[in-house]
Design a protein around this ligand. Structure first.
Ligand code: COA
Length: 192
């Protein structure tokens, strides 16, 4: 997928700015990246949209618009690469659904930064936020089942999922041909 993606992705660096370091062509097997994760700011919205919507254009995740991003900016965490001009290279969000459940949404790592632990670290960051809020279960709809299995999530049959998780589906372009799987992580079990 890396070859098909613009390098760097549009919107991540200001127009005409060249990255100070070259983006690696493939990070497979490379060392874990120790880049900082921080809560998102409104100034990050364009970069998050570019990251998420590049994957959405490939039917890998739900597209997002600026209104959704601004309204839900407090859900988001981002990873910043200062050596690449402060580029936002990964993002993810935690959206509270109900008293006992929150959804991991819009988890996206730029292709040049994949397989270096950033996806896992963002989910760990969101788990800590869920624990702080007193949330007991995390949920996600995804095509990346194996990744979430590695993080302890368990696939659930559609009929096992609570009604609250279907809220976004009516806005999804894949409504009539959904190919994503629902996965749940029980945070209380993890603590035991
Ligand atoms: C899926 C995604 C979030 C993974 O992020 P990442 O930073 O590359 O993953 P990590 O390096 O943190 O990997 C964590 C673990 O998952 C494994 N893993 C990562 N991607 C995987 C995949 N596609 N299939 C199987 N295992 C995978 C890694 O090998 C690693 O395992 P280990 O810790 O046991 O060695 C990233 O590839 C991505 O952004 N994909 C496109 C968008 C997407 O599918 N988002 C998912 C939510 S909709």
């Amino acid at each position: 997928m890396s070859e098909e993606f613009p390098h760097p992705p549009p919107g991540i660096l200001p127009e005409g700015t060249r990255p100070k370091v070259a983006y690696p062509e493939s990070a497979n097997g490379a060392e874990a990246l120790d880049l900082p994760i921080r809560r998102a700011r409104v100034a990050d919205v364009e970069a998050i949209l570019a990251l998420v919507n590049d994957y959405a254009a490939r039917n890998l995740m739900l597209p997002r618009g600026p209104q959704y991003l601004y309204e839900n900016i407090r859900d988001f965490a981002v990873v910043v690469d200062e050596a690449a001009g402060g580029a936002i290279v990964a993002c993810g969000s935690l959206h509270v659904l109900w008293e006992d459940m929150a959804e991991v949404r819009s988890l996206a790592i730029h292709p040049a930064y994949q397989n270096r632990g950033l996806g896992r670290r963002i989910v760990e960051h969101l788990k800590a936020e869920a624990a702080r809020l007193g949330i007991r279960r995390l949920f996600t709809f995804t095509l990346s089942e194996e990744f979430f299995v590695r993080l302890g999530f368990v696939r659930k049959a559609r009929e096992e999922l609570p009604p609250k998780v279907w809220g976004e589906c009516s806005r999804c372009p894949k409504y009539f041909r959904c190919d994503e799987v629902g996965m749940v992580l029980d945070l209380e079990k993890e603590e035991r």
